[in-house]
Design a protein around this ligand. Sequence first.
Ligand code: GLU
Length: 566
Amino acid sequence: MNQIRALVLFGMSHIIASTSFAESVARQGMVAAAHPLAAEAGLSILKQGGNAMDAAIATAFALGVVEPHASGIGGGGFLLYYDAKSGKVTAIDYRESAPEGLSNHHFRSGTGFRLAAMRYGGLSVGVPSMVYGLYAGHAEHGQVEFGSLLAPAIELAESGFPVSADLSENISDKLDLLMDNEAAAELYLEDGVFPPSEGETFVNPDLARTMRAIQTGGIEAFYGRESAERIAAAVVEAGGVMTAWDIMTYRPRVGTVLSTTYRNYVLHTMGPPSGGGLATLQILRILDAFPLADWGPRSPLYYALLIGAMEQAYESANRFIGDPRFIQIDLERLLSDAWVKEAHERMTIPSFDELPPDEPLLTYRPAVKEPIGNTTHLSVVDREGNMVALTQTINFFFGSGVAVPEMGIILNNELFDFTFEDGSPNLPAAGKVPRSSMAPTLVFKDGQPVATLGTPGGARIPAALAQILINMIDFDMSIVDAIAEPRLYYDAPRSRLSFEDRETTDAVEAAVRHFDDPESFDLRARGAFDRYFGGAQGIWIHDDAEGQRVLHGAADPRRGGATHGY
Ligand code: GLU
């Protein structure tokens, strides 16, 4: 079916509609994003002659309008860029930082932490950084005028767009939070009380005005005193300590690109303050020593090793990663052969000859449906072969729940990503950036670009990315199948093994029996396509039989998404 589809579409050589598995095939350029209207915004820029950076910026602004629960100009993100001409991969770190006025008494309570105070409301808000991050990306690599990249997003905010089932449900899930803040209730609820229904038209004229000001006034329109004072006032009103100065002095940073090889591929992802990038690469480095292809995708041996690799990688990201301006991190060692060898020694390596005993069934707990979700990812490839992988967020859906009156913006709760545990490299501090799991990733083979990929999903991000890459590299799956394949996530400190319930239980059970104490695993069977495990977008680049480049895109069926190419 896919092949027939591909042949027909090659003939057409223009926009390819999305399917429920949101796949498409194209030649010139492609955008994969979590909402069709955002993917379309990016595609329109590619067709007007913009490059991958331009299209990514337009898509990012549009996502902030049509998927306002997940990201927007009240938040931040990470961006990886591959410049085809120079062959270089660079990163922009526009993660939100804590205000300078944040001090011990805001997050400490006696010997413990004031977790509830840092979860939502003003104290949870980091300095909004998306606009500056995208502006910096444009200054480095953009081709068309910055202001024009906001046009599709402004149009969507002004004229409106149909509320998706997802958006309606996400607003309902966060009703209490949104009703708690007058500006947020006004922004997202009808009469300040009712969530909009699917299909209704959603407009955000305040956000359109804010973006139009940026379109004409540039960076100053958002980070200048007037706008900064308004944003800071909303944060303070909600119990926070942000000042206009925190916003006016915010600058994105040149990000650290973290690289490694896996099989015969080279992977580049985000370095600290992302811990997710390191964990993704470490999982793969650990598994590189094993013949996964011989065992197959849902094999107990592969699952058993994956569980062990996740435990090692997550432990190391938690132990060593934080804001690199505040701590020393020996990245070279954390990706060295010596580290991998030590990880193998610490792990339970399953016996490859003996099958584990066939004992009575382990006990499962059904996972409770939680109104969780966060973040969004987009990937772009352009005609010249430049690539972007961009993951952006306001952290939890609807972030802190604090909106800025008359600006149409909801602010992030990124500061809840600090670790509230003594001794952590990720303890909160004034001016510090909290650790992130986000890990936009670019893949190369023989020096040639092969893929751009990423996903939301909180702590599940590294697990999801490693599994998708293994599915493609070891198991030879198409990007669509690789993303759709059921996923596992092992939360070692809680011994909790969550997995998607799609004919995977036998393999998961057999995998767990390879360990000394199978009963110690807290097994959680989750839904068949559960957004708990993320919502990946990616583009894989192949050569066809004539040696011509083909772009094959996929958006995760766990969350709405689309891939549009031409
Ligand atoms: N705040 C989260 C992080 O940076 C967002 C990513 C996500 O949860 O999907 O890790």
